[in-house]
Design a protein around this ligand. Structure first.
Ligand code: GLA
Length: 409
């Protein structure tokens, strides 16, 4: 949890020191909190995130050659320097510079970009906490390079490109994080569907408070969590092909479903689960059940959000956490404990957010209960563990914010 001073003035001062002159541009990209729809995006099923007030900020100055020279004000991360080429060799596993090389490499392949930049980057998104700090870096760098090289940017298709760029790091992630970081609207959450990418913005009720509580256990998407993540993705694909084989064999559908959305259009979830129970062994059945029930929770959740039905939305969040814990096996004892404390403290619902295996919980409260929830978390989780250091970065309220942008300074 090392967060850095990332005001534009602060970053610009560091830039002047390093590069001997002021930066000319700023690219910014927010982190996100996902409210419902976990591990559904890479199965092409819906998600319901919102962008946060916390963001990555990159001040930069275009160069007249193909070098990217980037300094991160967080001392945890080394400086990055490379030449833009269509196939930039990745740094070693877990190297954060791969989040910078990835978008450069892909933009060079797709658009033959050649011009790099000098830059200084900072972020106030907690790192490896399930709030998309790495995607914010990918997005800010991608936007900066697109701007400098006059690559046209349409939010949703650019988000897909960024998702592909991030797979350079070896994690076979979906496009949720990039899509919300690019296309979010202040005050709103968005239901995102894929193939083709589509966003429906829904106002978050004024009375709703989403509490973010970091367990303090890191979930390194480029480290240990990567294998679990990629394994889950492969398990979902395997489960899908067994179920499709069976529904086709038993003549339940004439069209052969090619992905989860077409499977669920052909056969409703309620009819599909008994088929899955027949043909899948235990671990695949659990993954399949999570994905299918979680997609249904997103569909229901968007209606409840529109209706400002706090209690029922909270119930969906609880069910989502239960499914992530028992069927998807991506919770941890700390995440379960924070969820339980938030619930007992008066939250309408709570769940892990992001990929899991560490990181944050998101809890829903309203204005009359939010202080009780915060107090419960402080006295029962943070105080006993002596996690007082920068408590405002571990425990805060999410403010639904605008998507990424790039501008001249
Ligand atoms: C990570 C990935 C996303 C998504 C979530 C889990 O954040 O980057 O694409 O799969 O995990 O919902």
């Amino acid at each position: 949890m090392r967060l850095t001073q990332s005001s534009i003035e602060g970053l610009s001062a560091v830039f002047v020191e390093r590069f001997g002159g002021p930066p000319t541009h700023l690219a910014r990209a927010p982190g996100r909190v996902n409210l419902l729809g976990e591990h559904t995006d890479y199965n092409d099923l819906a998600v319901l995130p919102m962008a946060l007030q916390r963001e990555a900020r990159l001040v930069f100055r275009p160069r007249n050659d193909g070098m990217v020279v980037l300094h991160d004000v967080d001392p945890e991360f080394d400086d990055v320097e490379f030449e833009i080429l269509p196939g930039i060799p990745p740094g070693k596993d877990g190297d954060w510079g791969n989040y910078v090389r990835g978008p450069a490499s892909l933009l060079a392949r797709r658009f033959a970009i050649w011009r790099g930049f000098d830059g200084v980057i900072g972020s106030d998104i907690p790192v490896a906490a399930g709030l998309s700090s790495s995607t914010a870096v990918v997005t800010a760098v991608g936007l900066a390079l697109a701007h400098i090289n006059e690559v046209p940017v349409e939010a949703r298709s650019f988000a897909e490109l960024l998702a592909e760029a991030e797979r350079y790091t070896g994690t076979q992630g979906g496009a949720m994080d990039h899509t919300i970081s690019m296309g979010a609207r202040a005050g709103c959450a968005a239901k995102i569907t894929f193939k083709p990418p589509r966003m429906r913005h829904v106002q978050v009720p004024a009375d709703w408070c989403f509490v973010i509580a970091d367990t303090g256990r890191r979930a390194e998407k480029s480290g240990a969590a990567k294998n679990v993540y990629n394994t889950r993705r492969a398990e979902c694909e395997e489960a899908f092909s067994f179920v499709v084989e069976e529904v086709v064999r038993s003549d339940r559908t004439r069209m052969i479903p090619t992905d989860y959305p077409s499977l669920l259009r052909a056969i409703p979830a309620g009819d599909l689960l008994p088929v899955a129970e027949d043909v899948l062994r235990s671990n695949l059945l659990r993954r399949f059940r999570h994905v299918v029930t979680e997609a249904a929770r997103v569909d229901e959740g968007i209606d409840l959000l529109r209706a400002a039905d706090t209690l029922r939305f909270g119930t969906l969040m609880d069910a989502s956490h239960g499914s992530l814990r028992s069927d998807y096996l991506v919770s941890t004892p700390e995440l379960d404990e924070v969820v339980a404390i938030a619930r007992e403290g008066g939250a309408a619902g709570a769940r892990l957010t992001g990929a899991g295996l560490g990181g944050c919980v998101v809890a829903l409260a309203d204005r009359s209960t939010v202080d009780l929830v915060l107090e419960a978390l402080v006295s029962e989780y943070y105080e006993p563990r002596r996690l007082y250091d920068r408590l405002d970065d571990r425990l805060f309220l999410a403010v639904a914010s605008d998507g990424a942008s790039v501008r001249e300074l």
